[in-house]
Design a protein around this ligand. Structure first.
Ligand code: FRU
Length: 587
């Protein structure tokens, strides 16, 4: 029992009560059956991250109803993950488990620690025990792996955030949609699994809308989600919810969109087109995006394609979105497109195209050779916007990681966080029209009492006791042709360097000495954005436990950092003086 308590204290999920009610039979060296005797809802599965994945099948009354790959612990348990059996409550449940390890010299399957440490519990509480790089004000899953934000939709005062989710380990796999809701875009309530894989495949990225006119016939104001069913090939499926996203029912006629000979065919983003008064979907299809239209969300007709030869094609096109934004008295359309690899600093990144859309076809205003990046950091991917956002707002959120190293960042029980939500707008810069991301105004509610700091060349200590989460607004007047550099560092000398370079008109962030960087050869990096340098300038830095998001007049830059302790010293090099407002953030 002592051992069990020690393990659980390392875990995000704790027992509330409950007795072990498992009967385990090893049928062979690699095949075991677990019979569940009690009424507990959750089986706690011991995970060892380095173990090969076992196949865990749930059999209900003798039929396979669910399957997941789980790295069941062999030598030691890193943490426990819950397998929720609530859906099959009342039926006779059997877990059929096949271990994949070549056992070599092992003789006895019951030696594996997973069998002695597997247990059941009636309820879960989330305690977020892994604190070091757990963000303070960015969304991260209570446990498990997260990638793309999915199905974002606003309804009845709630911002819904679904996400690519592996509930059984902190690596990519077993793709489900996880779910969280927020009333203020800051505080998120974790709601666990929303949509689970089925015989059509894993549940890859997609979107959700409110069917106000009940065109699908699922019910007025149903939330209708469309996602990619990732089986042997990729098809698009829909599911609906009549209880504000708490439960979903998959449409019996799935899949609703299929394509011949298109292996990368995914990430449908639904949107309403007021011109044709139809539902549309934009999705990635190889090296282009395709548009489809529908009157009932079930039957879809191909409309058009965009993208071949436009922008960057040095990777797979993924997670597109089309948004309408006002600009100089008219509407323009912005096509957001995520690409991996091919990003400006390696790996994944978000590009965009500004143009027009007539209800059928998107036309880009720029020449095909122009590539525009939405964020100039390394950790801004799978960016999509909320459907049905209030006040005609266009609010986007990005997954704050990069496929180059997402699976190896130094966290254990959870992996990945999202960017802060950002309101999008179009701005003019000379002859160009640029997409601007600004932290959503809700973020300002996070600000604690401001502290004013006058910064010249002497270093300034930010807090008496270093804090992990804060915002800096740095205002300065830079003489023409002058450079300026700001450095955030901690007591061990780990530092992030922010530089404006007048000669080449850029802003850059250097995280090579920012802390733990060696977990991937692609992590240590300097990222650079084009910007206008000189005159009155403002730099906004949103700092959290493991990330820095920089916002200037005409750029943003999102980068992960893993310092040993919080950065607490701000230093400036340059021929100017800066007024700094420091806002502590305590949530
Ligand atoms: C983007 C992506 C999507 C896909 C999902 C799978 O990060 O590759 O294209 O739907 O992740 O998890």
């Amino acid at each position: 029992m002592r051992k069990l308590i020690a393990i659980l204290s390392f875990c995000a999920v704790t027992l509330s009560a409950g007795a072990q009610s498992l009967t385990i039979t090893h049928l062979s060296e690699t095949h075991s059956m677990v019979q569940l005797g009690g009424k507990d809802r959750y089986v706690m599965l011991p995970v060892q991250e380095t173990a090969q994945e076992a196949v865990v099948k749930v059999l209900s009354n003798g039929r396979e109803v669910y399957k997941a790959n789980v790295s069941l612990a062999i030598d030691k348990t890193d943490y426990l993950v819950p397998l929720d059996l609530g859906e099959w409550n009342g039926s006779s449940i059997l877990l059929d488990i096949t271990m994949r390890q070549g056992r070599g010299v092992r003789r006895d399957p019951s030696d594996d620690v997973c069998w002695s440490e597997m247990t059941t519990v009636p309820a879960l509480t989330y305690t977020n025990k892994e604190k070091k790089y757990r963000p303070t004000y960015h969304f991260s899953p209570a446990w498990g792996w997260m990638n793309d934000p999915n199905g974002m939709v606003y309804k009845d005062g709630e911002w819904h955030l679904f996400y690519q989710y592996n509930p059984y380990g902190s690596f990519w796999g077993n793709m489900h949609w996880g779910h969280a809701v927020s009333k203020d875009l800051i505080h998120w309530e974790q709601l666990g699994i929303a949509i689970a894989p089925d015989a059509l495949g894993d549940i890859f990225s997609g979107s959700a809308i409110v069917d106000k006119d009940n065109v699908a016939g699922f019910g007025k104001d149903a939330i209708v989600a469309m996602y990619t069913s990732a089986g042997d090939n990729q098809t698009q499926s829909i599911a609906y919810s009549l209880d504000n996203g708490r439960t979903f029912t998959k449409y019996a006629g799935n899949p609703v969109i299929m394509a011949e000979d298109t292996p990368d065919f995914r990430d449908p983003k639904l949107f309403w087109d007021p011109q044709s008064k139809q539902w549309k979907v934009i999705l990635a299809a190889g090296q282009e995006v395709q548009f489809y239209s529908s009157d009932n969300l079930k039957d879809w007709t191909y409309d058009s394609s965009f993208g071949l030869a436009y922008g960057n094609h040095n990777g797979v096109w993924e997670c597109p979105d089309l948004v309408r934004l006002p600009f100089e008295g008219k509407d323009k359309y912005v096509l957001i497109l995520n690409i991996n690899p091919g990003g400006p600093f390696g790996g994944s990144a978000t590009q965009y195209f500004v143009g027009s859309y007539d209800g059928k076809t998107f036309k880009c205003d720029d020449l095909p050779t122009v590539t525009r990046w939405m964020d100039y950091g390394k950790d801004h991917y799978a960016t999509v916007t909320w459907s049905n956002a209030p006040d005609n707002r266009t609010v986007a959120i990005a997954w704050m990681s990069n496929w180059q190293y997402a699976n190896s960042v130094p966290t254990t029980q959870f992996r990945s966080a999202n960017s802060v939500p950002r309101d999008l707008s179009l701005i003019r810069k000379g002859k160009e029209v640029l997409l601007k991301s600004t932290p959503s105004p809700e973020m300002e509610a996070l600000r604690g009492n401001p502290v004013q700091l006058a910064l010249s060349t002497a270093p300034v200590e930010l807090f008496d006791t270093p804090q992990r989460a804060y915002e800096l607004v740095i205002r300065f007047n830079l003489p023409k042709k002058e450079d300026v550099t700001f450095v955030l560092s901690n007591e061990t000398g780990e530092q992030v360097v922010f530089s404006y370079n007048a000669a080449v008109q850029t802003f850059s962030m250097d995280r090579r000495g920012s802390g733990t960087v060696k977990f991937s050869k692609s992590f240590a990096a300097v990222t650079t954005a084009p910007t206008t340098v000189g005159g009155k300038m403002e730099l906004r830095l949103l700092v959290d436990s493991a990330s820095i998001e920089a916002f200037g007049e005409d750029f943003c830059m999102t980068n992960l950092v893993f310092p040993a302790s919080p950065y607490n010293i701000l230093k400036m090099y340059g021929n100017t003086k800066a007024d700094v407002t420091l806002y502590p953030i305590a949530k």
